[in-house]
Design a binder for this molecule. Structure first.
Ligand code: 1CP
Length: 391
């Protein structure tokens, strides 16, 4: 199956090369939540349209996905489709409002709610076909300028929203389930994972060139709970996705899979060995060289089924509030750290692969950032990650 034949040829494949493990002339860069509230042009669209209306209207989703690509022309190496992780709980039958943060009027209280509040069979094409349409439309509208990323939330993060009924500081209700109803929790996590897998397969077939899974609330779990509850569902997604793509003649390297498990740094080696993702996203709480050592074949074992080909991250998003001097200094520090782990021969041998790196923030860009500071961040990444710049 040649998915690319339907779309304009890609002119900038830097992120795909890095995701496949190649060392690149500079680090490709994109930013989590790059289409969003810090952009005045996004706010303009939101004044006229409800949040989920933007997600559900392919023309609007395409427009806001393209906004950062147009504004930062030549500086971003990927677009991420405009949508939200909470469309999966919606597809499973739950109501989700956005005012301004997500809220569920009728969350899951105990496992006895599952049969009544969740649909038993989900036709992902019927429920989420609007995302597939938005992806195909955006991929055409991008005219091959940059690659397009599709995404979904990780089962644990979605489970947490479905039980908490929104964001939370303590995640007590969701974690109560893990400890009180471990078996039912595992079953629900796998049920969510099935929908996520179908959703990502649909996005790939619609034209997404990379796929990212966001486990934003991995940070709330102990390493043991993360590995007992989140990891099996993450693995379920990657296994099902790779099998579905292979069935259609697509090799598993064709559409790189990225996992961003925020705050799961203690589980990086386990993720590298078992989760089945090509790229691991890092938050800012780990040094890149330590991350590289944690995922190298010498630590995880050469016989691991899937090797991590690249790392992604990891500037503290709040650096963008620090002014130009701080942005330049901290981007330089990040680049030195990733590049030291790439350029330094001794360290390189110690750390092993992966040598490739995709630059990003360590979490999403926040609404108060000045868009011109974001531009400066991107310019600094271009400069200091380049092989031509002496650090
Ligand atoms: O009024 C608005 O416009 C709402 C703000 C907003 C936006 C712009 C929300 C509500 N979602 C989004 C878009 C979105 N969400 C994107 C596409 C834009 C892009 O990345 O360029 C993506 C990838 C997401 C993913 C997402 N949604 C995550 C994972 C990433 C992360 O930041 O951890 C999470 C946790 C959500 C839930 C969610 N949706 C919206 C908000 C404000 C939140 C998180 C905060 C909360 O729980 O209160």
């Amino acid at each position: 199956m040649d998915l690319d034949a339907k779309f304009p040829a890609l002119k900038n494949d830097l992120i795909l090369r890095a995701a496949r493990g190649e060392e690149t002339e500079r680090a490709p860069v994109w930013v989590m939540r790059q289409a969003g509230r810090y952009l005045p042009e996004f706010q303009e669209v939101r004044k006229k349209h409800e949040f989920f209306e933007v997600c559900r209207t392919p023309e609007l989703a395409t427009e806001v996905t393209l906004q950062p690509i147009r504004r930062y022309k030549g500086l971003l190496d990927a677009a991420i489709i405009f949508c939200d992780i909470l469309v999966v709980p919606q597809a499973m039958g739950m109501e989700v409002l956005m005012n301004p943060g997500p809220s569920f009027p009728d969350p899951l209280c105990t496992p006895s709610d599952i049969p009544t509040k969740l649909k038993s069979k989900i036709d992902v094409k019927k429920e989420l076909g609007y995302v597939f349409d938005a992806i195909s439309m955006t991929r055409k509208a991008l005219e091959g300028e940059v690659a397009l990323i599709g995404f979904c939330g990780a089962p644990w993060t979605l489970f947490a929203y479905m039980i908490e009924g929104g964001g939370s500081k303590s995640f007590t209700k969701a974690k109560t389930w893990l400890y009180k109803y471990p078996q039912e929790s595992k079953e629900l996590l796998l049920r969510i994972a099935d929908v996520c897998a179908d959703f990502l397969i649909g996005q790939a077939l619609a034209g997404a060139q990379l796929l990212q899974v966001f486990d934003s609330w991995a940070s709330e779990l102990s390493p043991h709970s993360f590995q007992a509850f989140s990891l099996p569902s993450l693995k379920h997604i990657s296994t099902r996705l790779r099998a579905a793509l292979a069935l259609r003649g697509l090799p598993s390297t064709k559409i790189p899979l990225i996992l961003f498990a925020k705050g799961a740094n203690a589980s990086l080696s386990v993720l590298a060995r078992e989760a089945g993702y090509d790229v691991l996203g890092l938050d800012w709480c780990i040094d890149p060289l330590d991350a590289r050592k944690a995922v190298s074949p010498s630590v995880i074992g050469d016989d691991s089924q899937q090797q991590v080909t690249a790392l992604q991250g990891n500037l503290d998003p709040d650096v963008l509030y620090g002014g130009r001097e701080a942005i330049e200094r901290e981007v330089k520090r990040m680049c030195t750290s990733f590049r030291a782990s790439i350029d330094d021969k001794d360290e390189n041998e110690k750390a092993g692969p992966p040598r490739a790196w995709i630059a990003n923030l360590g979490h999403g860009i926040t609404p108060g950032v000045d868009p011109e500071d974001m531009r400066f961040f991107l310019e600094c990444v271009h400069k200091y990650s380049s092989k031509d710049t002496q650090l």
